[in-house]
Design a binder for this molecule. Sequence first.
Ligand code: TXA
Ligand code: MG
Length: 326
Amino acid sequence: MTETVFADDAAIAKAVELLNQGRLVAFPTETVYGLGADAGSAEAVTGIFKAKGRPVDHPLIVHIASPAQLSDWASTVPETAQRLAKRFWPGPLTLILKKRPEVPNEVTGGQDTIGLRIPDSPVALHLLRAFGGGIAAPSANRFKRVSPTQASHVAEELEGLVDLILDGGPCRVGVESTIIDLSGASPLLLRPGSITKAEIEQVLQCELTEISTTNNDTPRAPGQMAVHYAPTTPTRLCPSEQLNETIRQLSEQGNKIGLLAFRFEPNLSMTIIQLPETAEAYAQGLYAALRELDRQKLDIILVEQPPESNEWHAINDRLKKAATAF
Ligand code: TXA
Ligand code: MG
């Protein structure tokens, strides 16, 4: 049985009790909802993989409450990590560092590195402080599906598979954290997020290499696999100027079309969700919109291609992944 409760003090106390018993608790972060378990318990963490249907070699992010906890999990904390932590934590940034030997292999998918972040959400921080230890949490969706940005999305995905869902309202950022790997000779960007490559480079004072997300058979991060963040309805990206013609052709072929638009206003009757024109607001609404369109039993979801500029990079990354799944 899954219970969804408003994340007040009593609910958080209950969540801590469940985590201490090795059970699973879903909670809001500023990016997306996470499916949490006690990161210090191999058995508890195994429950996450079962609930998500996620392969066990895909590493999890460990959420902590303060930078002082970094050394509980990382064997070395480079100066670059301290600088990024100081500038961006709490916030939507995950750092990959060399792990301490005692960190359960279940958490890191057998890798010798660990992902760590301090989330910037009052509920998540309250929970982490009350629990005291690290909370391992992937996004609270079934493997390969769209991440949840509202408590009801988590219930849709994991009903009966998670003990408690803390409802903290819709997530402020809406796309998953930026992931920076600091475990090697030079820093790598493994997953773009709302904190941009340029912002990281400014703090690091060096260039950041972005790992290509295509044709990557053995990804360091599952977020790098092409078939991620995907609705179940075939999804296609389309430039604004080609929308009219594409809609006409697809309709002629008898397809029921849904459109995720941000500028385009078609004069046709079809299912349309209009998202705002700023990247920040678009990201906030993106996953809820994809979920909504996915519920409509459409033949195809058309997504109006957003601009290619920096602030749209994380959004385009997720949209490309949603679209290449078919
Ligand atoms: O915003 C977020 O990061 C959300 C919230 C809940 O914090 N979490 C999230 O978790 O998106 P998940 O598991 O869905 O994605 C985490 C990504 C995965 O692609 C994983 O492979 C990568 O982080 N990751 C974790 N540990 C890693 C490691 N040691 N080396 C490389 N990649 C790692
Ligand atoms: Mg995920």
